[in-house]
Write a protein that binds this ligand. Structure first.
Ligand code: SF4
Length: 68
């Protein structure tokens, strides 16, 4: 299963991913973006967030072998 990841060192906390795909991305109490744990991630919605992220810091976790 592929899982989206956010590189927090590049994230500028613009909130676009949360606007575009709130079922996956949320801002936690500490003010950082978190990925909601899902068994299946909506491809289209995550792709939209990846496309619109101004810092280009969202990607699919390439390591599919790893079940988290
Ligand atoms: S769209 Fe990108 S830069 Fe903006 S909050 Fe989300 S991960 Fe961070």
């Amino acid at each position: 299963m592929q899982k989206p990841v956010v590189d927090l060192s590049d994230c500028i906390l613009c909130g676009v991913c949360v606007d575009v795909c709130p079922e996956v991305f949320r801002m936690n109490n500490a003010g950082y973006i978190e990925i909601t744990e899902l068994t299946d991630y909506p491809q289209a919605c995550v792709s939209e967030a990846i496309k619109n992220c101004p810092a280009d810091c969202i990607s699919w976790d390439a390591d599919n072998e790893h079940i988290q």
